[in-house]
Design a protein. Structure first.
Ligand SMILES: Cc1cc2nc3c(=O)[nH]c(=O)nc-3n(C[C@H](O)[C@H](O)[C@H](O)COP(=O)(O)OP(=O)(O)OC[C@H]3O[C@@H](n4cnc5c(N)ncnc54)[C@H](O)[C@@H]3O)c2cc1C
Lengths: 306, 244
């Protein structure tokens, strides 16, 4: 069986991580970019052996080409197909995997090769454990593993796929979040949860954010239940997924929906007075204590930095 | 518009019992509805506009869950279990949809509990599909769908046949009343086995070797009794990590 890998790309999310995972078994890793030529050009400098580009017609989303993509990639016969967990990538993966009769595995963190055996490790039981899975045939994985910095490589030529036969899906409008997009690109984020007791106390968080030159984030209840901060500040699976260098979670229990929003953060710090809080098992550093005492001290410590 | 909804197709990962050696067990844990299943039923109600909503589920657990939330009738594949290979679960659900006859719209929860099943189901049905869907409504003979892509939402116009993977953005706001739950138990219920469905897995074997703890280092915990000392210790660590 061929040991080619096919990576389906609709945005830059986890491109490097997927390439590295595929590299463990394939000398030929092929990227198929369903998106703009400029995205394809960026992907062409990542180090793939081949880059294919299907550019959607104006106002038509990537998913409209799922059947076409399955058709045009049929001959590649990859052993491994990977896509990120972005909704559009998952729909494209669905069509390609069905065509290749692949076994689909969600939440893939790593791929290892042991002799002739390919082992896919996926996240299980709410990220508490990894499950190693052995597969005989074609594997289609939804990749949530670590990403990589982009290497500097020579660009490969882009092969264009002619777009036709789009399903009837048309873009009618885009609803941008009403607030500033600073949270999405911030290097530091200070985030607050229901451990904070009064609206006025948000001031403590603002002071820390200012001293640490950080953006402010929050959990869903701080927005939906008490409305102390607006929707565009909510971090989590259903709101903003962010990748700051430093994420400081204050009075946040660390439910899966929240943690999914900071999976790509480099360092997570938690401040929580409950030693059993879930977040204290899912962070890099945790201070076990009362946020009303720790936050002012931390603000002072950041002020001392400059 | 006839709508088929899928609910309760997995066990809640939070219910897994993780043992000291990293192995996991599911003592007495039944299949349960996920966070996104209520959103499935809401979208189904908006699109069906009074027509039939057929709910589909597998395995054990509360079979009347969808009926209490507006499903006209329910079909359960009783002996379908959670599979290592998500393609098998997806294919079983897709076979059951075909058994139920043509529906214009088919909706499943876009659950991060296992995105693999969602993709497998979509792929096996082979119809146009959208994931991350937060709302849908009928508009001038078309369906208008709102879906989240990163932090922006897109409004899309689509035709049937269609598969939607629905995503909830908050917990369920209108849980059914006791009366609705009791009425739901009297609604029609069809029980099928995989054999009756004529299902045999077309997939090569996928087997779980083991589960284990990830090799990420455990969190460094600092006592906060003396806030100033604790913060100094933290700042020194962050400095070493290169994030200051
Ligand atoms: C469909 C759906 C989607 C969701 N999407 C999201 C999402 O995108 N983002 C999100 O955040 N949530 C989301 N949620 C909600 C999520 O499930 C949790 O309810 C939420 O994240 C919990 O918020 P919290 O940590 O602020 O509150 P809690 O869970 O109440 O935690 C508060 C924490 O503060 C600590 N604490 C209390 N007092 C102090 C003190 N004085 N000092 C220090 N610590 C203290 C407590 O020990 C506790 O750990 C979603 C839920 C559903 C059902």
């Amino acid at each position: 069986m061929s040991m080619k890998s096919l990576i389906i790309i609709t945005d830059e999310r986890r491109v490097g991580g997927m390439l590295m995972a595929a590299r463990t078994l394939s000398e030929q890793v092929i990227a198929v970019v369903v998106g703009s030529p400029s995205l394809a050009e960026t992907v062409a400098t990542w180090g793939f052996e081949r880059v294919l580009n299907l550019e959607p017609a104006s106002g038509i989303p990537a998913e409209a080409y799922a059947a076409l993509l399955a058709e045009v990639t049929a001959d590649i016969k990859p052993r491994l197909i990977l896509a990120s967990d972005m909704p559009s990538s998952r729909v494209l993966l669905a069509a390609v995997a069905a065509k290749q009769n692949a076994a689909i595995i969600g939440a893939v963190r790593a791929i290892t090769v042991c002799g002739d055996t390919i082992i896919t490790s996926r996240s299980m039981a709410d990220d508490k454990v990894l499950e190693d899975i052995k597969t005989a045939g074609v594997i289609a994985g939804i990749f949530i593993g670590d990403d990589l910095e982009k290497p500097q490589t020579q660009a490969v030529a882009i092969e264009h796929i002619e777009q036709k036969n789009a399903a009837h899906i048309k873009l009618k409008g885009i609803i941008e979040p009403e607030g500033n997009a600073g949270l999405l690109t911030a290097a530091r984020v200070v985030s607050v949860g229901s451990g904070i007791k009064a609206k006025n106390d948000i001031k403590l968080i603002e002071e820390l954010a200012q001293a640490a030159q950080a953006e402010i984030g929050c959990t869903l209840p701080i927005c939906d239940d008490v409305r102390w901060l607006p929707t565009h500040r909510v971090v989590g699976s259903t709101h903003n997924q962010i990748a700051p260098e430093l994420y400081i979670a204050i009075g946040i229990s660390g439910q899966p929906q929240h943690l999914a929003g900071v999976r790509d953060a480099k360092i997570v710090v938690a401040i929580n007075n409950d030693p059993e809080a879930r977040i204290l098992k899912n962070c890099n550093y945790g201070i076990v204590g009362d946020l009303y005492k720790i936050v002012p001290a931390l603000t002072a410590a950041f002020k001392n930095l400059v | 518009m006839k709508v088929i909804t899928v609910f309760k197709w997995l066990r809640n990962p939070q219910d897994a019992l993780v043992k000291a050696d990293g192995s996991i067990e599911w003592p007495g844990v039944k299949m349960s509805a996920n966070d996104d299943d209520p959103a499935v039923m809401e979208i189904a109600a908006a699109l069906a506009s009074g027509d039939e909503i057929i709910a589909l589920t597998i395995g054990d657990g509360d079979l009347a869950w969808a009926a209490a939330r507006g499903a006209t009738r329910t079909t359960v594949i009783t002996d379908a279990l959670t599979e290592v290979n998500s393609s098998v679960t997806g294919a079983i659900l897709a076979a059951a949809v075909k058994h139920l006859g043509d529906a214009e719209v088919i909706i499943i929860g876009d659950s991060s509990w296992d995105y693999g099943v969602v993709s497998a189901f979509i792929g096996q049905l082979g119809r146009p599909a959208l994931a991350g869907v937060t709302a849908a409504q009928l508009q001038e003979g078309c369906i208008q769908v709102t879906r989240k892509l990163g932090s922006v939402s897109q409004v899309l116009e689509v035709n049937t046949p269609l598969v939607l993977a629905a995503m909830a953005t908050q917990s369920e706001k209108n849980e059914p009343s006791m009366k609705q739950v009791l009425t739901a138990r009297k609604k029609p219920m069809e029980k099928l086995t995989l054999e009756e469905l004529g299902f045999s897995s077309p997939f090569t074997t996928v087997s779980s070797l083991k589960t284990r703890f990830p090799d990420t280092p455990p969190a460094v915990l600092i006592k906060g009794d003396d806030p100033v000392c604790a913060c100094e210790e933290l700042m020194a660590a962050l400095h070493t990590e290169g994030v200051l």
